[in-house]
Design a protein around this ligand. Structure first.
Ligand SMILES: [Zn+2]
Length: 366
């Protein structure tokens, strides 16, 4: 089982500035660093190397997405604006919380292109699965602007690339703690993409990702939202996989599964209030692999520089079928905090998402 690995030093040069927790520094807010700073991802990359896991992976060199490839999911105005701001020294992707510095157009194109590279490697049979450690993230970006630290919809661009190569059924499982609103918006009327998002209920974007958002027109039923209460841990996530994610994906019978792989549902994340640990991410990855389709995980959020590396390592180890000697130094402590077992209110939240599922709608037409 060869597993591809995509990363590039350029990803760490995307400069998000000095706005603490995503708010612009200034006035009484002392500059520190933006939450999407390079260290969370760089330390993940470094742990993959020092653990020895890198030696078991197939390194894949990312290439930039072309303008035409970005235009498959984004408006001309957005792509042009990102390029012009980037060339002028930087700007904001669209919501005032997503700053970037000089050259970030090229870095964001390399992020989307990194996921395209993974698609090509899977379709050519070079690898069975792949992890794309790309930056900036992508799942919040909508056709005409960037949102939530995202510039371009990396997975959406790569999904369109996969379709240009002949695939017609693609699933996205988004376990980033925030709603995958961008992927949803891009494919909401599209029955070729099953977009599933698990997220902390009511977190970000505002009023986004409720169970009633099920897709539109011919895409009705192909958008699946699983808003989970704050405090959810492995028990709630596994219940969501049992009752919603796995039935939906199995009914849809995808040729390829993307995972929008954020680690901001970890117990240490400063931007959310969930309780996952590395063992939970390992279990979720096994569940996705058990669905039988090739898996391409593309990195999204995750803002604990201490803990993202151990969660990420668990995911890549599982994709590769390799166990390194690394033990998560925080796991024992996290296994004892409250919220690991499924709680009744979490079971009810999952049941509401399950009730909104229409498995017949997503099955392939004979
Ligand atoms: Zn996130």
């Amino acid at each position: 089982m060869a597993t591809g690995w995509i990363c590039h030093e350029r990803y760490f040069w995307h400069d998000t500035g000095s706005g603490p927790l995503g708010a612009p520094a200034g006035g009484y807010l002392e500059p520190l660093r933006h939450p999407d700073h390079p260290d969370t991802k760089r330390r993940f990359r470094n742990l993959v190397e020092v653990s020895g896991l890198l030696d078991a992976l197939v390194p894949l060199k990312p290439r930039p997405a072309t303008r035409d490839e970005l235009l498959r999911v984004h408006t001309e105005a957005h792509v042009t604006r990102m390029r012009e701001l980037s060339e002028a020294g930087g700007g904001d992707a669209g919501d005032g919380e997503s700053p970037f510095g000089p050259g970030s157009y090229d870095i964001a194109a390399l992020a989307a292109g990194g996921v395209i590279t993974a698609v090509d490697a899977v379709l050519s049979g070079t690898v069975s699965h792949a992890y794309a450690l790309v930056r900036p993230p992508g799942h919040h970006a909508v056709p005409d602007r960037g949102i939530g630290f995202c510039m371009f919809g990396n997975i959406a661009v790569a999904a369109e690339h996969a379709r240009s190569r002949g695939l017609s059924r693609i699933a996205v499982v988004d376990w980033d703690v925030h709603h995958g609103n961008g992927t949803q918006t891009i494919f909401e009327a599209d029955p070729g993409v099953l977009a599933i998002s698990l997220h902390q209920d009511g977190l970000f974007p505002e009023a986004s990702g409720g169970v009633a958002e099920r897709g539109t027109g011919p895409g009705e039923g192909f958008t699946v939202n699983i808003p989970l209460p704050a405090g959810s841990g492995a028990g709630a996530y596994l219940e969501a996989f049992d009752r919603v994610v796995e039935p939906a994906v199995r009914a849809f019978e995808p040729e390829l599964v993307f995972v929008a792989s954020g680690f901001d549902a970890s117990a240490f994340d400063p931007l959310a209030r969930m309780a996952l640990n590395s063992a939970a991410y390992r279990a979720l990855t096994s569940r996705v692999l058990s669905l039988g389709a090739p898996v391409i995980a593309a990195h999204e959020g995750g803002y604990s520089p201490e803990y993202v590396p151990f969660c990420g390592l668990a995911v890549v180890e599982t994709l590769a079928g390799v166990r390194t000697p690394v033990t998560d130094p925080f796991l024992d402590a996290l296994l004892t905090i409250p919220g690991q077992e499924l709680a009744p209110h979490q079971r009810e939240a999952v049941a509401r998402a399950a009730a909104a599922l229409d498995l017949e709608a997503v099955r392939p037409r004979p």
